[in-house]
Design a protein around this ligand. Structure first.
Ligand code: PMT
Length: 397
């Protein structure tokens, strides 16, 4: 969703200016067109050449430049931007914007743009806590400016406290949010992700290769689009998405209980979890002896959570996934009907770049009318948005 989006990044003069280089890299990698504006003091910390190399675009440093000024450049930049991000944002730039000062390229673009503006402050803890700085932030917030608060920790000035620039992935996530439509603001979205683990004894369990990536991407995308999101996930190694209610579970039974508890409140259920179909019939409280394993390993069926949710469907939209290695469409169609779904995401997990663990997926979307939408290889992040686009259309139909 960042592909070809036009983002202006303002870099101001603080030690965290070097971290802005990583931000440019991440945005560039995601396909965004990044135009960097540096204040004079930012150039004391990092050279414009660094940002020019990373963004592939000329860096703007001066308000009046005889070569660049064929057009009124600050207005041209302001008009072009889809989002303006200032990272790091010093107490000085926050104060200047709050006071309406426009005396360099960055502050004039801030004044002239209609794009949403995100500030990522970084400064000494006493400067951050200074009531004047906090008043300026409150004033800007009340005028619709967005902030991603600094983190607490060891500061470059030697102090401990709040003032470190927010982590780069968190800033990127906020930029994605800024650029997302808010078409899910009326929705309560329940997402499941990851595998389940079915214990045999204290050290052994049955599980599968799901990493949780697909479900986590769905939770993030729904949150960015304004939904209230609950994410129920089996064991995983992923960071918990911001501003999402997170419910960790282990077994299919625990996932079932969590889904049924939250279903009542949900208007949409997206079931991306790879629930183990079977579990050991008995769980031993002690580690089983190797010699016993063959004789005690009896399996029984787990509850089908999605089918149970399908029976309580009412007006909510329910989307399932089908992870298949053969007869993709036929199996997916059967699951769509049997589990009373609105849509099923058919996932041929044998294709390279699709299914478990990887960052990408290749799927076909099947709806109740029999319509099939084939999607090419794309990141799970992009697929999440494509799937939500489809859910939004279903909601309108
Ligand atoms: O987590 P990743 O590494 O990113 O991988 C993503 C994924 C491959 C796990 C995901 O894209 C996917 O395909 N998820 C569904 C996996 C699966 O369990 O498929 P299934 O065909 O066995 O189940 C069909 C549907 O019923 C699924 O929505 C599943 O959540 C649900 N189900 C299955 C069994 C069960 N006992 N209860 C269920 O609710």
């Amino acid at each position: 969703m960042l592909k070809d989006r036009k983002i202006i990044l303002g870099v101001t003069g603080g030690i965290a200016a070097y971290k802005a280089a990583e931000l440019v890299r991440e945005l560039f990698r995601a396909g965004a067109e990044v135009q960097v504006i540096m204040t004079r003091s930012a150039q004391a910390f990092v050279t414009p050449l660094t940002f020019q190399t990373l963004s592939g675009n000329q860096v703007t440093t001066e308000l009046f430049n005889l070569i660049e000024e064929s057009k009124i450049r600050h207005v041209a930049l302001a008009d072009k931007a889809e989002a303006l991000v200032i990272a790091p944002a010093t107490a000085n730039i926050i104060g200047k914007i709050a006071a309406g000062i426009a005396d360099d390229m960055l502050t004039t673009v801030v004044m002239a743009t209609r794009a949403p503006i995100l500030l990522a402050p970084a400064m000494n803890v006493h400067m951050w806590e200074n009531p004047i700085c906090q008043e300026n932030i409150a004033k800007l917030r009340s005028r619709g400016y967005h902030f991603i608060d600094p983190e607490a920790g060891e500061l470059a000035c030697g102090y401990e406290g709040k003032g470190r620039l927010a982590e780069i992935p968190a800033i990127v996530e906020e930029i994605r949010t800024l650029l997302s439509p808010k078409d899910f603001s009326e929705e309560k979205v329940l997402v499941t992700a990851g595998p389940t683990e079915e214990p045999l004894d204290p050290v052994r369990f049955l599980t599968n290769r799901s990493s949780g990536r697909m479900g986590f991407a769905l939770a993030r995308a729904a949150r960015r689009r304004g939904a209230e999101v609950t994410l129920i996930s089996g064991p995983n190694a992923l960071p918990v998405p911001q501003k999402v209610k997170y419910v960790p579970v282990r077994s299919a039974d625990q996932m079932r209980e969590a889904v049924l508890n939250h279903l009542q409140n949900a208007s949409i259920l997206l079931m991306a979890a790879a629930v183990s179909d079977y579990r050991p019939k008995k769980t031993s409280p002690e580690k089983l002896k190797k010699s016993l394993l063959e004789t005690v390993l009896e399996l029984e069926l787990n509850p089908d959570i999605l089918a149970e949710a399908g029976k309580k469907k009412d007006s909510r939209i329910i989307v399932g996934f089908a992870a298949e290695t053969e007869n993709l469409l036929q199996n997916a169609r059967e699951k769509l009907k049997k589990k009373n779904l609105d849509l099923i995401v058919a996932n041929d997990v044998t294709l390279p770049g699709a299914g478990f663990e990887v960052e990408t997926n290749i799927v076909k979307l099947l709806d109740r009318s029999g319509k099939i939408e084939e999607l090419p290889l794309m990141s799970k992040e992009d697929l999440a948005d494509r799937l939500l686009d489809r859910v939004a259309r279903l909601r309108k139909s």
